[in-house]
Each structure stands twice: as C-alpha cells, then as structure tokens.
Design a protein around this ligand. Structure first.
Ligand code: NGO
Length: 501
C-alpha cells in the first residue's frame, strides 16, 4: 500500500529517516535523486531463492544485477524465468533512452524501461537499497519513475600525466556506473605521454608513451586493449570520448616525430608539469597529415558520436595559427562523421554548428566566450566546482589547488542552467567532472579524489533542478559509504557529511 507520494522527494527537505546503511526508505536512499519517488509499507524479501528475469535484449543487465546481489549479500541469486525480480523493456517511450520505472512490492520487484540503458540505470537504483550484509535481506517498498535532466553526464580521466592500466580504468568505470554517469572522456595525450597506439605513427608509442610525470615508465593502450576498454564501458552504458590534444600539450608527439616541429628537431621528453609551451607546427603539411591520420584511427576505435580535440592553454602560437590547427582538427573529426568537442579556448576558431564547447576556466569573464561560441552547446566543467583533482582542503595530501579548495558542498551547490549568463538549460548538453593526474598515480588515488564529489556532479547531471537540496543530498551521500566500503573504494570522509559510524 502506498502511504506517501513525494514528487522530487529530495527537494522536500522532510527527511526523518535515520541515517543508516540498513533499512532506509527508497526516497531516502537513492542518489542521484529520482524525478518521482513514492514510499510504501511493502517489503520485498530477497532470499537465496530469488531469481531475476530479463528480456532477450538485456540479458547482460540481468546477469550484472545477479552478480551485484551476490557480491553484496552472498546469496546465490541467479537469472531465471519468471523471476520475482523482473526486468522488462515494456516501459513507455516517454521514459526516453535512459529512463526507467521501478516498483518494489511484497510480491516482487519490477523494472521497466524503453531501452536497455534505462534498465541498467534502474538496476543501479535498486542496488542502492540492497544492504551490504550477508544473507537474506528485506528491501523497502515504493516506486520510482526517473529520467535524466541532461544527456551528457561525464567524468574525465587524464591517463597521460600518469598512465593507468586497463584494469584501473575499468575499476573507475564500475564506480561511475553506480551514479548513472554515461560518458567517460579519456585524456589520451599530453606533453608527458601519448597513450594510444596509432598504427600509422608507431613512434608515438615507441617514444612518446615511455614517459610520465616524475620519470615513471608510462605505458599505452594497444588498439585491441583500447577496444576492450570501450566495450567494457559500453556494457555499462558509458560512452568513451577519446581526447587527442592539439595544438598544445603535444610534447610527447613532438618528441616522437621531428617533422611536427617548425624547426624540424625532435623535442626532449618532458617529465614535469608546466603547461602552454608546446605546439605542433601550424600549417605544415606534416602536421595536416598527422592530424588527418590520427583522427581517422581514433574515430575508427570510437563507436560513440564525439571525439575531443583539446585546444586549451596554447601560449606559443599567434591567434591565427592557433585557429588554423583547431579548424584542421575539427575538419578531420568531421571527415570521420564524428562531432568535435574542445576546451573553451576553441571558441577563438571558426566553429562548425554542432561542435561542442567544454567550459572549464573561471578566470576570464564568460561574456565574450559565450558570444564567441555562437549557438554551440556546452559541457560544463567549472574547475572550482567539478575538478576532482583539486584538493578538498589545505591538508589534502594529493591534488592541486590552483582553482581553490573544493569541498563536497562546493561541488554540489550550483546550477548548470545559470552558471554562464546567456547559456540556459537548453544550451547545456551536460556536466563533466575531470580528474587530472599530475599528482595521482594509481586507482586508489583517483577514487579518493572522486569520492564523494563525483556523486555530487552526477546528481547535478541527472536530477531535476527542483530536487536540489544540500541537506537531502548529504544524507543520501552518507548512506553510500557502506557500499563504498564493501567495494573497497577509497574516499574522503568529509566533515560536511553525516557518515554512519
Ligand atoms: C587545466 C589544464 C590541464 C591541467 C589541469 C589541472 C585544462 C582544461 N587544462 O584544465 O592541463 O592538468 O588544469 O587541474
């Protein structure tokens, strides 16, 4: 029986459920906050006999849920016919490609979606009410009807400053999936390393991949490894957006191929963390061929629609030279029938309709930038809110602080629709939380910086504006901790959050 129906529940501010990893209501547990939630007095017993049924188009989602339940509870839950947990693709078209409807009653659990991605997101919601406790457990009753606010809910990872193995990136992908992130932007090239095999330019990985900040051995993904990574993400409904930085942040390429330099001399490897000094030689035929060949190979490895062309922080070119390289990169991406995205500096070039601008730098007044962007859509990554490599506070050991300290509330308390004057909801494609890795060397460093701020950005990307409520958010965030502990995800125990003991 339904006892309460809460629209945009998180915004109601009326949370009286105790902060507890066990037994919290559906409304008090789900993060990102759903569009509609209702709570009921029904209870669903999850036992060793529970079976999950999934439609032919989404059997892998059923298997994924079964594995998640086995991990959390140890119960031997499997997929089977007529499961008491039923996943279906019978959801209404109005749920869109990522929405879902979840109902938990005493008789069973049902998740309906129109597309498999919606089922997957519904499964993440269900996982949040399954306690991390071995043996049979009881799930709280209620319903959720949920669709995302923005299409692009991204995280980016810099694998160039320090290299991260396929397994480490997969671990991060698993963590992203928990919060309905659907885009992983991989920063594959920078001054300190080139991380993706390009068959027409083998020296990029023979020479350019052998270094990283501080003198480590670096590394790179072969095309087969990269394809497997893209597939791993795809299986979790996450689209990989590869970034090949141009014209700057290119020392690794300049060290690998002398002809990319205006003086024809290969550069020395760069192991430090300065920015702005490097650039490919604008207008050279070698540069044009390089751009065309690299983007052709990268696009062929990319099932998703977007390829990132970089474009930030170039101090060694004239504005005209800068624009010519950005325009070449944009053309090369388009020639492969992909859409280009670049950092906000690309607004200085002639952008094609459809090219997306990624906003990051808060120092410049946004007016001229927005005017120069024309009708372009934006992905918002303001550094003082979304950069997960910023320190939490002056005591944080890892990370940088050039954009300030970013506590959890700083990451959460803003609205993508009002960040840039003149860029309202309709022009915002979404939000993205970058992690730059000048100071981060392994998966555990990355997770510590991402959690608990990543869920804040995920909620801004998914949940309706009307649900925005810091107090609700921090309580729902607190009860994620037992899941993170059980999954061995390292995280920062921010004093702003009422963590369970
Ligand atoms: C900047 C810079 C990166 C740094 C990062 C560190 C952008 C878009 N370019 O962000 O090269 O790694 O800050 O926070």
């Amino acid at each position: 029986m339904l006892v309460a129906t809460l629209l945009c529940t998180a915004g109601s501010g009326s949370f009286d459920t105790p902060v507890s990893p066990l037994g919290a209501s559906l409304a008090a547990s789900v993060l990102p906050a759903p569009e509609h939630v209702s709570t009921s007095t029904d209870r669903f017993p999850l036992t060793a006999a529970t079976r999950i049924s999934a439609p032919a188009g989404a059997t892998a989602v059923g298997e994924y849920l079964a594995a998640a339940i086995r991990r959390a509870t140890g119960l031997p839950v499997r997929t089977g016919e007529r499961g008491s947990i039923a996943l279906t693709l019978d959801g209404k078209a109005s749920l869109g490609p990522e929405g879902y409807h979840l109902a938990i009653t005493t008789a069973g659990v049902r998740i309906d979606a129109h597309d498999p991605a919606g089922l997957f997101h519904g499964v993440q919601t269900l996982r949040q009410v399954i306690p991390e406790r071995s043996g049979a457990v009881t799930l709280p009753g209620g319903t959720v009807t949920d669709t995302p606010r923005f299409a692009w809910r991204g995280a980016s990872l810099d694998v160039a400053r320090h290299f991260f193995s396929v397994a480490e990136v997969e671990r991060y992908i698993d963590a992203l999936a928990l919060y309905k992130i659907n885009t992983l932007h991989l920063h594959l090239t920078d001054d300190q390393g080139w991380r993706i095999e390009i068959r027409s330019r083998p020296r990029l990985t023979q020479i350019g991949a052998a270094t990283e900040i501080g003198g480590g051995h670096g590394g790179f993904y072969t095309q087969d490894e990269y394809r497997a990574l893209v597939k791993y993400a795809q299986d979790r409904f996450i689209t990989v957006v590869p970034e090949i930085e141009l014209p700057g942040h290119t020392n690794a390429a300049l060290a690998s191929y002398a002809e990319l330099n205006c003086d024809g001399k290969a550069r020395r490897p760069y192991l430090s963390s300065g920015v702005g000094f490097s650039s490919v030689c604008p207008g050279r035929q070698a540069t044009e061929y390089f751009i065309a060949d690299v983007f052709a190979e990268v696009a062929a490895l990319t099932p998703g629609p977007f390829v990132h062309i970089g474009g930030d922080e170039v101090k060694s070119l004239t504005p005209r030279e800068y624009a010519s390289v950005v325009e070449s990169a944009q053309r090369a991406v388009q020639a492969q029938h992909k859409t280009a995205i670049g950092w906000q500096e690309i607004t200085a070039a002639a952008l094609d309709p459809g090219t997306v601008v990624q906003y990051w730098q808060r120092n410049d007044p946004p007016g001229p930038l927005v005017a120069a962007a024309g009708k372009a859509k934006f992905v918002l990554s303001p550094a003082d809110k979304t950069y997960l490599d910023m320190k939490y506070n002056p005591q944080t050991e890892l990370g940088l602080s050039w954009a300030g300290f970013v506590e959890v509330r700083d990451a959460y308390d803003w609205d993508p629709a009002t960040l840039l004057p003149g860029v309202g909801e309709a022009r915002v494609l979404g939000v993205e939380a970058p992690i730059w890795t000048e100071t981060l060397e392994n998966a555990s460093d990355v997770l510590f910086m991402a959690f608990p701020r990543l869920p804040a950005i995920a909620e801004l990307g998914w949940s309706p504006r009307s649900s925005h409520d810091w107090d609700s958010f921090r309580r729902r965030l607190a009860i994620q901790a037992p899941h993170w502990d059980a999954m061995h995800l390292s995280y920062y125990r921010s004093p702003q959050i009422p963590w369970p003991r």
